[in-house]
Design a protein around this ligand. Structure first.
Ligand code: CMC
Length: 438
């Protein structure tokens, strides 16, 4: 059952050793997970800020959407474990759950899918934007640019304080992201754009738009559609990660939601975040064979090399990433179903995981494979090119971004996000005329 965070009876008192002044900081408790020390009075009481690089110990929001216990490897969406959703649900149902808060009835789900299908086409003018990109533009650059441009098309439904406008935006962006992604892919190939087919399910429609050509019949493989849908379920939301926090921060200014989602796409692209799935494949190809694993592990441990084992480690998971476990199992099944069980990249990834997890460096730092370690193997097996991996992540995570944006905008206590800093620059000095400078 959901409940708002509440103040407990507990307080922590912080005392300034010089002035003797104190600040009593109350403790806020959620439904599960660690409580949060409410430091909002600290600056007023004692004139100091808190310092927390990378926000590693800072909860900046209250949220009812997703819960992670990183030590136990638990991930819950609206209370439902990811393992159960992966086994029984679909991406559209998980999208409804994340956005609305409850699992839908059959009728509600049908209605929701109908709403998404209604919006799958993109305006022809928007389609022309792709012509401004070079054929070798990275699809993430095209997707983030085109998503931001959507704000130019929907002036009459962009009042962020109107719940119906917010709902239309949610349906629109979730429906159009696959169309935009496929258009970016077709642009890279120099092939004609393929229009959405509303008779197809979400994942199949995307595969059709990416791989069909006007001159030939394209046969959709149900194994590929099912695998993609499951990957979307596993990537749909992940609490206050860097891209979701970016969407919240951009949205907290009152910026239009397309701008906020575009900011999220850009933040996701980095190799420390969603860009890792592409980077893992590059790394596996570089490693090439099991014999080279020790050399690359040594590089990953060497702080001067700037090389990291991509797809390993996580800010929150310090035991295992439950999504990685599911995807590893999925790799076996999908590759077998596609008749490609002897996949050398998968074999190499398995050996790399095995060797790294016996290594003291990775054990001591609790570095385990994350969601991105095996996902690229599946994307490759179903024909998705490497440059589109992070785009796939963006399509799925759009649901989480929208759910978080909706939650923030609907919150009457919403404030602009505005972190503070510890200033370490020059102290006050006087302007010197250019002729007197040496
Ligand atoms: N390879 C080698 N060393 C690592 C790695 C890695 N992949 N990840 C962390 N470390 C080391 C790091 O050097 C540090 O060592 P030391 O304590 O000696 O200085 C220690 O482990 C702690 O790392 P951190 O950088 O403080 O951890 P973080 O929480 O700031 O970063 C991370 C988390 C995911 C950015 C990082 O583990 C990483 O860069 N991993 C590789 C990229 C990756 O796979 N990203 C996908 C993340 S999951 C999906 C998503 O969020 O999109």
């Amino acid at each position: 059952m959901e409940a708002a965070a509440h103040m407990t009876q507990k307080t922590f008192t912080v005392t300034d050793p010089e002035s003797g002044r104190s600040s009593a900081l109350p403790v806020r408790s959620g439904t599960i997970g660690p409580a949060g020390l409410d430091i909002s009075a600290l600056h007023k009481d004692l004139g100091v800020f808190t310092y927390d690089p990378g926000y590693a110990t800072t909860a900046a929001v209250e949220s009812r959407i997703t819960y992670i216990d990183g030590d136990a490897g638990v991930l819950l969406h609206r209370g439902y474990p990811i393992e159960q959703l992966a086994e029984h649900s679909t991406f559209m149902e998980v999208a409804y759950l994340l956005l609305i808060g409850e699992l839908p009835t059959a009728k509600q789900l049908e209605e929701f899918i109908g709403n998404i299908r209604y919006h799958t086409m993109i305006n022809e003018w928007l389609l022309r934007f792709f012509n401004g990109f070079h054929a070798n533009a990275h699809p993430m650059a095209m997707v983030s640019g085109v998503v931001a441009s959507m704000a130019a098309f929907y002036h009459d439904t962009m009042d962020i304080h109107n719940p119906r406008h917010r709902e239309i935006f949610a349906h629109r962006i979730i429906a159009k992201l696959p169309t935009i992604a496929a258009a970016a892919h077709k642009h890279s190939l120099g092939q004609p754009f393929i229009y959405p087919q509303n008779s197809l399910d979400y994942a199949s429609n995307l595969l059709n738009m990416m791989f069909a050509v006007p001159c030939e019949q394209y046969r959709l493989d149900p194994v590929a559609s099912k695998a993609l849908d499951l990957l979307f379920v596993l990537h749909a939301d992940h609490e206050q990660n860097a891209s979701t926090s970016t969407v919240r921060l951009a949205g907290s200014t009152g910026a239009n939601p397309y701008a906020a989602i575009s900011a999220g796409v850009s933040a996701l692209w980095g190799p420390a975040h969603g860009g890792a799935n592409e980077a893992v494949l590059v790394m596996l190809e570089q490693i090439g064979s099991v014999d080279n694993i020790p050399k690359y592990l040594a590089m990953a441990k060497d702080k001067s090399s700037h090389f990291r084992l991509m797809g390993f480690g996580h800010r929150v998971y310090k035991n295992f990433d439950p999504r990685a476990k599911i995807i590893r199992e999925m790799c076996h099944k999908v590759l077998a179903a596609l008749g490609r069980s002897d996949n050398p990249l998968f074999e190499l990834a398995l050996r790399l995981e095995e060797i790294a997890l016996k290594d003291e460096y990775f054990l001591a730092r609790k570095l385990y494979p994350n969601v991105d370690f095996y996902s690229g193997v599946i994307y490759s097996a179903i024909g998705i090119p490497r440059s589109m991996f992070t785009v796939m992540f963006a399509i799925a995570r759009t649901v989480g971004w929208v759910a978080n944006w909706q939650e923030m905008i609907a919150d009457p206590g919403m404030r602009i996000g505005r972190p503070r800093q510890l200033y370490t620059g020059a102290t006050r000095r006087e302007y010197l005329d250019i002729r007197k400078r040496v």
